[in-house]
Write a protein that binds this ligand. Structure first.
Ligand code: SF4
Length: 411
């Protein structure tokens, strides 16, 4: 099928200079991210949370209290394979050492402030962290196959203000720490009693992770990378990199690093095929426009026909859902191992968009599919509990305002 570019479409802007992709740019992003660092992992009583430490860090603090490095392996097994939170349950560790550990450390979990289960069995957790900040995590079961995806948040709020997204109205409060990111998965697992971690190909109820909750994960890359390395570790939770998908609005310099260092699957919040429209829907596009984003996808190291890049496309009635848009989308992603997730817009209080009609969704999907790309229409899940895509939001920012704390700044 030959695809002509739509007549009305402005060409996407030329890719900016390669300077935008240099190490300097990466350093700038990481330095900015550090300004929104999570609070210390030490409790007011002086005990330290062991969750979220790398193996090397765990060895280091065990050495500091006079323990041998082999204890790291033991503790790792109990924390991440068995899911133990109580040292007295760690039966391969002698009682005196259990007591010594309990005096100095904890194995923490975020507190579930609320847990709501939808009619369709989607479960939304509002997790509260030690400093009182909150973020949402959603478990989306696939009951036909006894498996499901855990949608994890990377930040409290979000800096990016995508205009169709409820989280974006909240502003960024702070980044989540590695412990808080891993902790969301572990606490969701507690809720389903899925410990010890299933080994190898044994079916898992919580079988995939999508980093698609609140926040832009690549603006919190270091904590995300540390958390994902813990989750992928084969002696603990052991979730394969093939079962983890990071969704980004297109923080291009960090996409490169993510592909090289973590090799996890990539999803792109595309949502528009013209720069003028994407500038409005996903304001980050003004910094990293479509041409650069697509070029970064073409070189993403972990993409292959077996592990396609997902392009997320929220369908907004009369805004981005025309047949010309569909044809331009096909032209843009041509040659990339890709699939397109079409997401019916889930209205939230105060939103100014309307969902596309079913007919328009089907027409759009057919054009993309005829061009050889899978284009499932993602059925909204958990709509009755505001757990669907783009609906997550917490009261964290509002609480800061009423407490008189200064507003945070956007990156
Ligand atoms: S869509 Fe994602 S990146 Fe955009 S405002 Fe919402 S949470 Fe942030």
């Amino acid at each position: 099928m030959s695809i002509a570019p739509p007549l009305y479409a402005r060409p996407v802007r030329e890719a900016a200079s390669a300077a935008a992709l240099t190490d300097d740019e990466r350093s700038r992003i990481l330095a900015k991210s550090a300004q929104f660092a999570p609070p210390s992992a030490v409790l007011p009583d002086g005990r330290r949370d062991l969750v979220g430490l790398s193996r090397a860090e765990l060895t280091e603090i065990l050495t500091e209290i006079g323990e041998k490095p082999f204890r790291t392996k033991q503790l790792w097994h109990w924390i991440y394979h068995q899911g133990a939170t109580d040292f007295s349950r760690m039966s391969s560790i002698a009682r005196p050492l259990q007591e010594k550990l309990a005096e100095r450390f904890v194995v923490g979990r975020p507190q579930a402030a609320t847990v709501q289960t939808s009619r369709d069995e989607t479960r939304k957790f509002l997790f509260r962290f030690r400093d009182g900040q909150e973020a949402e995590t959603v478990y989306i079961p696939d009951r036909r196959e006894d498996r499901g995806a855990v949608c994890i948040s990377s930040q409290v709020g979000c800096t990016l203000s995508c205009t169709f997204c409820h989280t974006g109205t909240q502003g960024l409060v702070r980044n989540l720490g590695a412990a808080e990111i891993v902790g969301q998965f572990m606490a969701a697992r507690d809720s389903y009693g899925e410990w010890p971690s299933p080994k190898g190909e044994t079916p898992r109820l919580l079988s995939t992770i999508v980093l698609m909750g609140m926040g832009e994960p690549l603006y919190n890359y270091e904590n995300i990378a540390k958390a994902m390395k813990i989750i992928m570790d084969g002696e603990g939770i052991g979730l394969s990199r093939r079962r983890i998908t990071l969704s980004t609005s297109g923080v291009i310099p960090m996409m490169d690093q993510c592909g090289e260092e973590l090799g996890i699957n990539l999803a792109i919040s595309l949502h528009a095929v013209r720069d003028d429209l994407r500038d409005e829907l996903v304001p980050l596009n003004r910094k990293y426009p479509i041409a650069e984003l697509i070029a970064a996808c073409r070189r993403y190291p972990a993409a292959s026909n077996a592990r396609r890049i997902t392009f997320e496309y929220i369908m907004l009635r009369g805004v981005n859902d025309s047949e010309a848009d569909a044809r331009e989308l096909v032209r843009l992603i041509s040659g990339i191992p890709a699939k397109v997730n079409l997401i019916p817009f889930n209205p939230w209080p105060g939103s100014r968009f309307q969902p596309s009609t079913r007919e328009q969704l089907d027409r759009f999907a057919a054009i993309v599919m005829d061009a050889g790309f899978a284009s499932p229409i993602r059925m909204p899940r958990g709509r009755d509990i505001l757990a669907a895509c783009g609906q997550l939001r917490t009261e964290s920012q509002r609480a800061r305002r009423s407490s008189g704390a200064p507003d945070v700044q956007k990156t």
